[in-house]
Design a protein around this ligand. Structure first.
Ligand SMILES: Cc1cc2nc3c(=O)[nH]c(=O)nc-3n(C[C@H](O)[C@H](O)[C@H](O)COP(=O)(O)OP(=O)(O)OC[C@H]3O[C@@H](n4cnc5c(N)ncnc54)[C@H](O)[C@@H]3O)c2cc1C
Length: 374
């Protein structure tokens, strides 16, 4: 593929670069208090027409081709600016699978950030083997009654809506009896219990659903068609472009290069080697993300390809964290609440979230390389 910009893309890149430059100094990211700052950043991007670039205009997007998303990420990353909103792939799913009414009702506030979403998939007994979910949805008149427990729900306690996977037909084949629901988190019977993680933040929740009544009109896709929606969500979530990690990693490379340049004492051979390796991983990821988006825009894209993106993303994340730890040494690692510590601890999750590295390797082996299952 040609990684160069067309004339339109180049003009957009210049506009975005100028807009980002005018926003310096950027809000800090990475701590619990930065949540509000990230909301403000999202609102500023939105006001400039930089959210939902490749989504249709009737739902509040900009109707542009998908490479515009990539340009935005690259420019945010190169400038060291905060990333885009991480739940953008859920808005894309609502647009893709929603009915005409659902699209108009749900996508614009999701893009505006006025309604926040969480993803209610994983359960205590269903993670890698997601199709084993036990949360039940039983038809009751014009709706469904949902009961069960979800875990590891990112931002669950801050969400207004949950895109939830539940079993609607216990007698159907494992993958066939599942349905996706749009659940209002203020419904009677919903409890979101945040829990504190290694970094000291309350990022995750356990969600409990106790006989929660959800209208049948809030099914996303078809009843019994939940696995199709789920597979699409997972493939979007595994691409670094859709969740904004790419620009986050690029920003960290820029910041680290500056820190190393300004403190020659830190430039030991080991630190430079570790940082160089990390920077190369991030650059490889950038090229891969551009290629994936280009192919996706062309329709020439197997969703299993997202597992390659995910593996490269996890490697870039962990090599970056390791590189930073090496460069800045144990004193920085131990510094409480420091960015290096936080990034290092968060990076441990990179090979778990969105599907573990082992599962991604199996997908690559069986679906892309055609190897037999063990
Ligand atoms: C930062 C973060 C954010 C998350 N956000 C969300 C969210 O918003 N919503 C949500 O629903 N979930 C979320 N999750 C949960 C995540 O999707 C699961 O943790 C993940 O899918 C793994 O499931 P598990 O934790 O149950 O591990 P398990 O499935 O129990 O796996 C345990 C270990 O066994 C290995 N293993 C399991 N099966 C196989 C196999 N067949 N072959 C080889 N190895 C195997 C795994 O690779 C892993 O090493 C998040 C997780 C993290 C870390």
């Amino acid at each position: 593929m040609d990684f160069g910009d067309s004339a339109e893309h180049a003009a957009f890149r210049s506009r975005v670069r100028a807009w980002i430059d005018a926003r310096r100094p950027f809000p800090a990211t990475g701590s619990e208090t930065s949540e509000a700052q990230l909301d403000e950043w999202h609102a500023a991007l939105r006001a400039e027409g930089l959210v939902g670039l490749s989504l249709p205009t009737d739902v509040g997007g900009q109707g542009l081709d998908i490479m515009y998303e990539n340009i935005l990420l690259e420019e945010l990353g190169a400038a060291g600016a905060p990333p885009i909103w991480r739940r953008g792939y859920l808005a894309r799913t609502l647009d893709r699978f929603g009915t005409a009414e659902q699209r108009i009702r749900f996508v614009p506030p999701a893009l505006a950030g006025t309604e926040k979403w969480c993803q209610g998939f994983s359960e205590p007994e269903a993670g890698s083997d997601l199709a084993s979910v036990r949360t039940r949805a039983v038809q009751d008149g014009a709706g469904y009654r949902i009961s069960g427990q979800k875990v590891w729900t990112s931002g669950g306690h801050r969400a207004d809506w949950c895109l939830l996977l539940a079993r609607t037909d216990p007698d159907a084949r494992k993958h066939a009896g599942l349905t996706c629901f749009l659940v209002d988190m203020t419904s009677t019977g919903v409890l979101a219990r945040p829990f504190r993680q290694l970094t000291g933040e309350n990022y995750f929740s356990e969600l409990f659903f106790d006989d929660v009544l959800v209208p049948a009109g809030n099914i996303l896709g078809e009843a019994g068609g939940g696995w199709r929606v789920t597979a699409a969500i997972l493939s979007l979530e595994r691409g670094p472009a859709d969740i904004g990690f790419l620009s986050d990693f690029q920003s960290a490379v820029v910041a680290t290069a500056r820190a190393l340049a300004s403190r020659p004492g830190l430039q030991t051979p080991d630190a430079m080697l570790a940082f160089g390796r990390a920077a190369a991983s991030v650059e490889l990821l950038r090229l891969r993300a551009a290629e994936s988006l280009y192919n996706r825009g062309d329709g020439d894209w197997d969703p299993a390809e997202a597992s390659v993106d995910k593996l490269l993303m996890a490697r870039a994340d962990q090599e970056l964290a390791n590189g930073l730890a090496e460069a800045f040494g144990p004193a920085w690692l131990l510094e409480s609440g420091g960015d290096v510590t936080s990034r290092y601890l968060w990076s441990r999750a990179a090979t778990i979230r969105g599907g573990t590295a082992e599962i991604q390797r199996t997908i690559v082996a069986t679906r892309l390389l055609g190897l037999p299952r063990g």
